[in-house]
Design a protein around this ligand. Structure first.
Ligand code: ADP
Ligand code: ZN
Ligand code: MG
Length: 480
């Protein structure tokens, strides 16, 4: 009989920090510049060049650590991790091994069985490597050092996750946390967030861990979920055949849905780590730490709770709005300006989300003024424009941030409540559609909707649909 197995997963997540300059030099971190234009003697590993630590990196690492409930090493240090590779011009990477800046934290995820804590072993600061480009056409490899020295934090979890859903939930939480702190945009596809998955299996009920493998090259949540399923299956099959899992680094091929051995797993001792003699230890004063602690923004889970409790939104709606810190900020400013959280929320859940999807845009790129949306809500509330016009005008606000009050006037979009004009239009439509009128009288009252639509069209969409409805019904009842 086949045994029952349990999967054990721990993650190593690299996040590129959103600083203007690199971790140990003044070169720009901006993405997409021509190759090797953001470089200097420090980040290209020239002999004698000396690194100087970017203070902002420490600040961002501390804010992530505090938000993830970590203890802080107020005396921390950088170590050299020695290895040769052409994208690593110094032949060592400056990282932290002995005294990482943050340790022993946790974040909470939601699981079907309730809340679960995923413990964080440590968070350390390090520098990114350059990028190798293998040119098959010219049969050569090129290297771009623009990324060399871009600051990273590595967030190492304990092996506390048991399936793909928990892994995705953990990554989502982590991503939201880091984004809310403004520490990184955390885009898996662009590589500003990268997750390596350590996975082992063991017989259900066992309390010793099995041998793990580490999978790299995972650039979407879907790829991560597939890789977990694939690797779990591979390991169970090995064990069922009486074979052993080898501790190694594997590369997940998402097209073939299989992982391939890359190299046997190296230990810390293989890297000959030692404290970097070029960098003094970092002392973090309690005052500095406290300053960062008190300036931490409200994070996503707290926002979701507050929106429900104080603003009366549903949990579902609150989550959609708080999915992006940018969207949440715009929503809060719109609410402050119009005084109606529910109406404001409806715009974000409805039109804002719809247009983001349609334009294939990220919420952090939203750029309209909340004041303009609030003014639009006001126009509609006062009955100056109808719902359809409001949607059309909002699209203009979304794309061009126009002032709706001026725009509506200039374009003549104010709602027509003028009885005479409505009468004339209704009369015209009834005369033009005798068949439909007959159908109505024969009991097919839902054709009224069609007639209302025709009148709205006749009025170029600017009529008050409620009024049109009442007017038409009256006229039809009176036998017209
Ligand atoms: P190393 O220093 O060799 O990379 P660590 O012990 O620091 O190894 O662990 C690296 C990652 O692997 C951590 O995220 C940890 O949770 C995870 N991990 C460790 N042991 C196991 C295991 N048996 N099964 C699954 N994940 C594991
Ligand atoms: Zn540089
Ligand atoms: Mg480790």
């Amino acid at each position: 009989m086949r045994k029952e197995y349990e999967t054990v997963i721990g993650l190593e997540v690299h996040v590129e920090l959103a600083t203007k300059t690199k971790i140990f030099c003044g070169c720009s971190t901006e993405f997409g510049a021509p190759p090797n234009t953001h470089t200097c003697p420090v980040c290209t590993g020239m002999p004698g060049a000396l690194p100087v630590l970017n203070k902002k990196v420490v600040e961002l690492a501390l804010s992530v650590g505090l938000a993830a409930n970590c203890s802080i090493n107020q005396f921390c240090r950088f170590d050299r991790k020695n290895y040769f590779y052409p994208d690593n011009p110094q032949n060592y990477q400056i990282s932290q091994l002995y005294l990482p800046i943050c340790h022993d934290g946790y974040i909470t995820i939601d699981t079907p069985a309730g809340e679960k804590k995923i413990r964080i072993h440590e968070i350390h600061m390090e520098e990114d490597a350059g990028k190798l480009i293998h040119d098959e056409w010219d049969d050569c490899s090129l290297v771009d050092y623009n990324r060399s020295g871009v600051p990273l934090i590595e967030i190492v979890s304990e092996p506390d996750m048991r399936n793909a859903d928990e892994v995705i939930a953990y990554l989502e939480r982590l991503r939201l946390l880091v984004q809310y702190l403004g520490a990184s945009d955390c885009k898996l596809q662009e590589g500003s967030m990268r997750a390596d998955v350590n996975l082992s299996v063991r017989e259900a009920g066992s309390d010793v861990f099995g041998t793990r493998t580490e999978m790299k090259n995972l650039n979407s949540f879907k790829a991560i979920a597939r890789a977990i399923e694939g690797e779990k299956k591979r390991q169970i099959e090995l064990l069922e055949e009486g074979k052993k899992v080898i501790q190694e680094t594997r590369r997940w091929d998402d097209n073939k849905e299989y992982s391939y051995a890359m190299r046997s797993k190296e230990d810390a001792k293989d890297y000959r780590y030692f404290p970097d003699p070029d960098l003094p230890p970092v002392k973090i004063s309690s005052e500095w730490l406290e300053k960062i602690r008190v300036s931490l923004p409200e994070l996503q889970p707290e926002k979701v709770r507050r929106y429900q409790k104080e603003l009366g939104l549903s949990e579902y709606d609150s989550c959609i709005i708080a999915e992006s810190s940018k969207m949440a900020a715009l929503f809060e400013e719109t609410t402050a300006a119009c005084g109606n959280p529910k109406k404001a929320a409806n715009w974000f859940i409805g039109e804002v989300s719809r247009l983001l999807k349609e334009r294939e845009m990220d919420a952090d790129k939203l750029s309209f003024s909340p004041g303009n949306l609030a003014a639009l809500i006001g126009l509609q509330e006062r009955g100056e424009i109808n719902g359809n016009t409001a949607k059309t005008v909002f699209e203009k606000i979304f794309d061009e941030d126009i002032d709706p009050v001026t725009y509506v006037k200039e374009q003549g979009l104010l709602m027509v409540n003028d009885e005479g004009a409505l009468e004339a239009a209704a009369e015209k439509i009834l005369n033009e559609n005798p068949k439909t009128v007959e159908e109505y009288h024969a009991g097919k009252t839902k054709v009224l909707g069609f007639l209302v639509g025709q009148v709205m069209k006749e009025m170029k969409g600017k009529a008050n649909p409620g009024k049109v409805n009442v007017l038409l019904e009256e006229k039809l009842k009176n036998g017209e």
